[in-house]
Design a protein around this ligand. Structure first.
Ligand code: 9YW
Length: 421
C-alpha cells in the first residue's frame, strides 16, 4: 500500500484525497518505512527538510505535481512570501513537529540493521541536526507564547475541525464569501468532512496570511485565529528530547543543551495550562485572551509528554476511564478524538469523534516510553484489531468501527507496520 502511494521522493498522505506530502504524516510514515528500508525512510525526511522556509518553518504540505487537492500551491499564493525558498512548492503554515522523533526512531532501526544503512542514517542525522534545531527554535520564538506553541490555523494542529477550535473559528470574520471548489468532496462523503462554513473560514485565514506575505510578525496583527496548542507543544517536548539524544550521540553538546532546556521549558508551559477542575490541558485563545475548556483528545497533552507524576496519572486514568477509551459503547478501547459522552460528539465527522489509527500509535508509543507497558500493549492489540480488514482508513467510527474518510491512508499503514515489526 505504501508502495502504491509512493511518488519516489514522497509518499502521498492518501491515494486520491491527499496527493501530496503532509509534514507530520511524512514523519510518522518514515517511522514505518524504516522497517522496510532505512534509505527510503531517510529520503522521506529529506524531502520534508528540503522544504524548510528561510525562517526555519517546516511547511505543512509540500506539493507534488498531482492535481486534485484544494487548496493547491497556486491557491495558497505562498509564491509572494519572501521566506519561501526558490523551487519549493509548499503551503504557508506548519504542522506538529514529529520529525526529530522520527529521525531518532529511524536511527535506532539503522543501528539494528548496521552496515550501509547505519552509515547513511548517521550522515543524514548530522545534516538534519541543524535544520531540526532551526525548526524547533522557530516554534519556540516566532510561535512561542507562554512557553507553549501558538498556531494560526486549525490545519496547523493537524486536528483541523476539532471542537477545540470552535470558539476560535467563531471569531474568524468571513468578510466576503469566497468562491472555490471543494475537491475533497470528490473523494470522501460530505458527512465525514468539515462543512462549507468551516471551509469559508479556513480559506479566509489563508487570505489574511497572504495579505501580509506570510510574514511571521505582521501576520499576528491581521489574523483572526491565534491560539496556543497544548498537544502540539507536548509533541515539541518529545521531539526536543529526541533531538537532545541525537545531538549527544553526535557529540554536539551545544545543541543537546539547547534542546534539553527547550523540552523543560515547554513541558512546564503545558503543565501550567491544566484545568484544576477537569485535569485536562487547555488551549488559550490569544486574540480573545481566554482559556478554551472544550474537552477533546488534545487535552491529554500531559499523558503524551509526561512530567508531573500526579497530573499525568490523573489524565491517564481519565483517558482509560469510562468517558474515553473505557466507554462501554466503544468498538475498541482506543482514544477517540472526542468522548462519546461529549455534547460536541459527531461520531462520523473527522476530528469530532472518530478514532484515528495514527493517534492510537502515538499514545501507545508514548505509553511505552513512559513505562506504562500494559497501556501500550492494550492499545497496540486493539489498534491492530481495528485495522484487521486492511482498508487502512483515515479514521473509524468509534462505536461501529466503520472505515471513514480516505481508505489506504499512509500513516494508518505505518501504525500496523511498526506494531507488527
Ligand atoms: C485536509 C493528511 C492530513 C493530516 C491532517 C488531517 C487531514 C487535510 O489530512 O487534513 O485537507 O483535511 O486533518 O492531520 O495531516 O493526512
Amino acid at each position: 500500500m505504501l508502495r502504491d502511494n509512493d511518488l519516489g521522493h514522497m509518499i502521498k498522505a492518501g491515494p486520491s484525497l491527499y496527493p501530496h506530502q503532509w509534514s507530520w504524516d511524512a514523519a510518522f510514515v518514515a517511522i514505518g518505512l524504516a522497517q522496510l528500508s532505512v534509505p527510503r525512510a531517510i529520503a522521506e525526511l529529506r524531502t520534508v527538510l528540503a522544504g524548510q522556509w528561510r525562517t526555519g518553518m517546516l511547511p505543512h504540505i509540500i506539493f507534488s505535481d498531482e492535481p486534485g487537492y484544494f487548496p493547491d500551491f497556486d491557491d495558497w499564493g505562498t509564491a509572494v512570501a519572501p521566506a519561501l525558498p526558490a523551487g519549493v512548492h509548499s503551503s504557508g503554515i506548519c504542522q506538529p513537529p514529529v520529525h526529530a522523533i522520527a529521525l531518532e526512531l529511524v536511527l535506532q532501526q539503522a543501528r539494528r540493521c548496521g552496515g550501509e544503512d547505519l552509515q547513511v542514517a548517521e550522515e543524514f542525522a548530522a545534516e538534519a541536526l541543524r535544520r531540526l534545531t532551526r525548526w524547533h527554535e522557530w516554534l519556540s520564538t516566532a510561535r512561542g507564547y507562554a512557553d507553549v506553541v501558538e498556531i494560526h490555523h486549525g490545519w496547523e494542529s493537524g486536528m483541523d475541525n476539532s471542537p477545540r477550535w470552535d470558539e476560535v473559528y467563531a471569531g474568524v470574520k468571513v468578510s466576503r464569501r469566497l468562491e472555490f471548489a471543494r475537491m475533497d468532496l470528490n473523494h470522501a462523503d460530505a458527512s465525514e468532512r468539515p462543512s462549507d462554513e468551516e471551509y469559508q473560514r479556513y480559506i479566509t485565514l489563508i487570505e489574511q496570511m497572504k495579505s501580509v506575505q506570510f510574514d511571521d510578525v505582521r501576520v499576528k496583527e491581521v489574523l483572526d485565529f491565534r491560539v496556543t496548542d497544548v498537544f502540539m507543544a507536548a509533541i515539541l517536548v518529545l521531539a526536543a528530547e529526541s533531538l537532545t539524544r541525537i545531538a549527544e550521540d553526535l557529540g554536539q553538546a551545544d545543541v543537546a543543551t539547547t534542546e534539553r532546556a527547550r523540552a523543560e521549558r515547554t513541558r512546564a508551559g503545558v503543565l501550567a495550562t491544566i484545568d484544576p477542575v477537569t485535569g485536562l490541558c487547555r488551549d488559550f485563545d490569544i486574540n480573545a485572551q481566554r482559556w478554551l475548556s472544550t474537552e477533546s483528545m488534545g487535552g491529554f497533552a500531559a499523558v503524551l509528554m509526561g512530567g508531573d507524576d500526579a497530573e499525568t496519572q490523573r489524565q491517564r486514568e481519565i483517558l482509560l476511564g469510562e468517558r474515553w477509551c473505557g466507554h462501554p459503547e466503544m468498538a475498541f478501547p482506543l482514544p477517540p478524538s472526542v468522548s462519546l459522552d461529549s455534547p460536541q460528539l459527531r461520531p462520523r465527522e473527522y476530528w469530532r469523534g472518530p478514532v484515528w489509527p495514527v493517534m492510537n500509535w502515538l499514545f501507545a508509543w508514548t505509553a511505552l516510553r513512559s513505562g506504562h507497558r500494559e497501556d501500550a500493549l492494550a492499545w497496540r492489540l486493539a489498534g491492530l484489531d481495528q485495522l484487521r480488514d486492511l482498508s487502512f482508513g483515515e479514521y473509524y467510527e468509534p462505536r461501529t468501527n466503520e472505515t471513514l474518510g480516505s481508505p489506504q491512508q499512509s500513516w494508518s499503514a505505518m501504525a500496523a507496520i511498526d506494531w507488527l515489526t
